[in-house]
Design a protein around this ligand. Structure first.
Ligand code: ATP
Ligand code: LTN
Length: 330
């Protein structure tokens, strides 16, 4: 049987968090053996927020190095930079003409980001989900692994694809979100009722992949808990401890129940030590590999050039099919 196909992307917006790692990168690595995976660095998406060109370039290379350091393997998965395959921009324009203002204005990410960047509510921020839909549909992906926060964007992708298929006949595969249980939503350490985010302004709330061992240990020690003193999963009443259980479970490949059992008789102090050790255990080796890879620009260039070449073949084929169906002269 043919392998199911997977597409996913991450924006290159700077410092990555443990949330990005457990919610996305970690799963990319796990999935590449079982599925035909295509992974992109969504550089075009990052243009929706203003940044200086040198920082953007650095962020792109940084993200590529992190992905490779984390174990994304160019021999197993196709990995490339979104803007290198022109069909992404082409598809976004076409799909813009099959997407309604009303549906885009319901997107929670748009509402959040336009509140955060009130001085730059550009049209790109609004049509962001259409570029994302194009990314996915170009590769006829069956599954799209993302964190919980991206579910709404996959739904709109499905709506656009279904609309197109109805008008022009079977063209796109209707993708399913693939949201992997534990780690899908890592919460802030200080504010465990909102997600751990790159842009959090609360001190010690986010663990960054660039944090030192001491910083990680300190942040986890300071993480908000509760007064019950039992390592028990209960998001409603114990969001802090529940979040630490999820983090530990995601790293150790254990269910919530298994984590609860393991720490049945432990106090919060020793549980936190174990969580910190687990987090350091993944971040430290990743940083070491990252340091080697980021220096090897020749290798990195080879990876993204070859990746784009492979991606382009599939993307261009879909693009042609779409142009033909809608009536353009080829
Ligand atoms: P921002 O803080 O600017 O909203 P972000 O940290 O959400 O950015 P993205 O580039 O939007 O980063 O997300 C990259 C991937 O990481 C997505 O698949 C997203 O679902 C996942 N992700 C981000 N934050 C978390 C989190 N706290 N827990 C689990 N997954 C996450
Ligand atoms: N919007 C996504 C990044 C992204 C993406 C995609 C994810 C861009 N294109 C296609 C899955 C499929 C985010 O994580 N913020």
């Amino acid at each position: 049987m043919e392998k199911k196909s997977i597409f996913s992307a991450i924006q290159a917006t700077g410092k990555l968090t443990l949330g990005n790692y457990l919610g996305a990168i970690h799963n990319w690595v796990k999935l590449q053996d079982e599925f035909a995976c295509t992974y992109a660095i969504a550089d075009l998406h990052t243009l929706t927020v203003r940044n200086n060109p040198e920082t953007i370039r650095q962020n792109i290379m940084d993200l590529l190095a992190v992905l490779l350091a984390a174990g994304v393997d160019p021999n197993k998965a196709t990995i490339f930079i979104q803007s290198h395959v022109a069909a992404h921009s082409q598809m976004a324009w076409v799909l813009n003409c099959y997407t309604y203002m009303g549906e885009l204005s319901r997107m929670t990410q748009f509402k959040d980001k336009s509140a955060k960047h009130a001085d730059n509510i550009n049209a790109g921020l609004f049509t962001y989900p259409v570029l994302m839909a194009g990314d996915i549909l170009l590769y006829k992906a069956d599954l799209v692994p993302v964190g919980e926060d991206q579910r709404q964007h996959i739904e709109i992708t499905r709506d656009i694809a279904e609309r197109f298929n109805k008008l022009y006949g079977e063209t796109f595969v209707i993708p399913e979100p693939y949201i992997l249980g534990v780690g899908a939503r890592v919460m802030g350490l200080q504010n465990p009722t909102s997600k751990m985010s790159k842009s959090s302004t609360i001190p010690n709330d986010s663990i960054y992949l660039t944090d030192t061992k001491d910083e990680i240990v300190k942040k986890i020690k300071k993480a908000v808990t509760d007064s019950e003193g039992i390592v028990r999963y209960d998001v409603e009443n114990k969001p802090g401890i529940s979040n630490l259980i999820s983090i530990y479970g995601a790293i150790q490949n254990k269910t919530k129940e298994e984590v609860e059992k393991e720490f049945e008789n432990a106090n919060y102090g020793s549980f936190k030590n174990a969580v910190a050790e687990a987090v350091v255990g993944v971040i430290e080796p990743l940083q070491q590999k990252y340091q080697e890879i980021i220096k090897d620009t020749t290798y990195m260039e080879k990876v993204y050039r070859e990746g784009a070449k492979k991606a382009e073949v599939i993307a261009n084929e879909t693009m042609r099919e779409v142009y033909e169906k809608i009536g353009l002269v080829l």
